[in-house]
Design a protein around this ligand. Structure first.
Ligand SMILES: [Ca+2]
Ligand SMILES: [Ca+2]
Length: 195
C-alpha cells in the first residue's frame, strides 16, 4: 500500500507496451525504473528538464531536438507509454523480425520509421520538407563554431542541390530516403538495449 504501489507497472500494461514497441518484458521493466528515476516530480510523467539529465542527450548537439520528439504536439509532459513509443524507434531490428508477416503493420523500429524520425529532427515547421534554412540550423548545431556562415551556406546549397530531384529547393521525405539509400541507418540509429 501507499506510495510504493504507484511506482509499479501493471502486468497488462507491460503486455500492451510489448506488443506496441517490441521491447521484451525485462527491457520494459528496466526502462521503467530508469523512467521513474528521471521523474523528479514523481507524477508519472517526464518534463523536458527531466530529459536534460540524461548525459547522452545533454552532450548530443541535436539533444534538444531529440527530446522534443518525445513530446506530443503542444504538450510538455510525456508518460511512460509515450516514452517507450519514441524509444522504440532506436530498437535494433532483430533477425527474427526481418522477414515477418508483410501484412502486419510497420514496426516503429523499421528503416522507414527510423528515417522518418531523423527527417522530423530537421523539419521544424512540419511542412514535410527540409528547407535550406532548416538544414542550415541543423548544420550549425552539428559543426560548432569553426566554420563560417558562408561555408555552411555553401554546404547547405550543395546538399540540397544533390538531394532535390523535383527542383523545389527543399528536401522531401522521398528525396531524403534516396540520399540515405546507401547509409547504414540501422547501425547509426540503434541503441543496444540490454535484454
Ligand atoms: Ca520544413
Ligand atoms: Ca525537392
Amino acid at each position: 500500500m501507499g506510495s510504493r504501489a504507484s511506482t509499479l507497472l501493471r502486468e497488462e500494461e507491460i503486455e500492451e507496451i510489448k506488443k506496441e514497441t517490441g521491447f521484451s518484458h525485462s527491457q520494459i521493466t528496466r526502462l521503467y525504473s530508469r523512467f521513474t528515476s528521471l521523474d523528479k516530480g514523481e507524477n508519472g510523467t517526464l518534463s523536458r528538464e527531466d530529459f536534460q539529465r540524461i548525459p547522452e542527450l545533454a552532450i548530443n548537439p541535436l539533444g534538444d531536438r531529440i527530446i522534443n520528439a518525445f513530446f506530443p504536439e503542444g504538450e510538455d509532459q510525456v508518460n511512460f507509454r509515450g516514452f517507450m513509443r519514441t524509444l522504440a524507434h532506436f530498437r535494433p531490428i532483430e533477425d527474427n523480425e526481418k522477414n515477418k508477416n508483410p501484412t502486419a503493420s510497420e514496426p516503429l523500429n523499421s528503416r522507414t520509421n527510423k528515417l522518418l524520425f531523423a527527417f522530423h529532427l530537421y523539419d521544424l515547421d512540419r511542412d514535410d520538407k527540409i528547407s535550406r534554412d532548416e538544414l542550415l540550423q541543423v548544420l550549425r548545431m552539428m559543426v560548432g563554431v569553426n566554420i563560417s556562415d558562408e561555408q555552411l551556406g555553401s554546404i547547405a546549397d550543395r546538399t540540397i542541390q544533390e538531394a532535390d530531384t523535383n527542383g523545389d529547393n527543399s528536401i522531401s521525405f522521398n528525396e531524403f530516403i534516396k540520399v540515405l539509400e546507401k547509409v547504414d541507418v540501422e547501425q547509426k540509429m540503434s541503441i543496444r538495449f540490454l535484454h
